[in-house]
Design a protein around this ligand. Sequence first.
Ligand code: GLP
Length: 252
Amino acid sequence: MHVNGLSIRTFPSPVAAARTLARDVARELTRNPALVLGLPTGRTPVPFYAELAALYAQGRADFSQARTFNLDEFLGLHRDDPHSYRAFMQRHLFDHVNLSARRIDFLDGAAGDAEAECLRYERRIARAGGLDLLILGLGVNGHIGFNEPGRALTAATHRTRLTAATRRSNVALFERRLHDVPREALSMGMGTILRARRIVLLATGAGKARTVKRMVCGAISPALPASFLQLHAAVEVWVDGAAGAALSASAT
Ligand code: GLP
């Protein structure tokens, strides 16, 4: 199904979507071993990372020439902090595949000069030739990366203040202590995201249904950052039945 230029694929379950996406990435790696991947954190991609690790263990995915850039990181957290997104990626993917550490790029939440760090990251992405395939999750409030809803969006990688809703949705990473969730983060900007050659947004679960509907069928607005994906020529929205429920309701 195509709506507003977005191609929508519906899967019977989150695991089915994760498995198909992992195979898709493995195929892309075969075609282009030096693939530049953009990667998300969150609960949604966890089964996808497990599937990628399984494909690697079976000798069906080779990351030896690949590069990765993660979307975002909490401000103030060192990469070794177990609550950092870097540590999350280490646990769920990097420790399980043959990606060499020097091919893993990450925003440094502990950088002394956050603005310089954002510039550095933007340049690294450009020097790598841009992102070939960017996988995105979707915040319940419509954020992608940490591009939060507001009156305006920022194009480049930037420092950003997190909304209360986003801090609450990340609380599980901090042993449910809301007080410990950082108030700021560093994130790829909307321009950084829209320059990726191919984008797959993964959304699963009933909690995302309303946001998916607004992203796909609503107006393009900074009040729902993910709606800007309608402007990109190669975005695929991959949902399970629950996250896509409001879409099929409108299609019939
Ligand atoms: C987090 C991340 C996003 C992620 C989103 C959804 O705050 N910064 O990159 O896509 O929230 O998370 P989940 O997949 O847990 O719903």
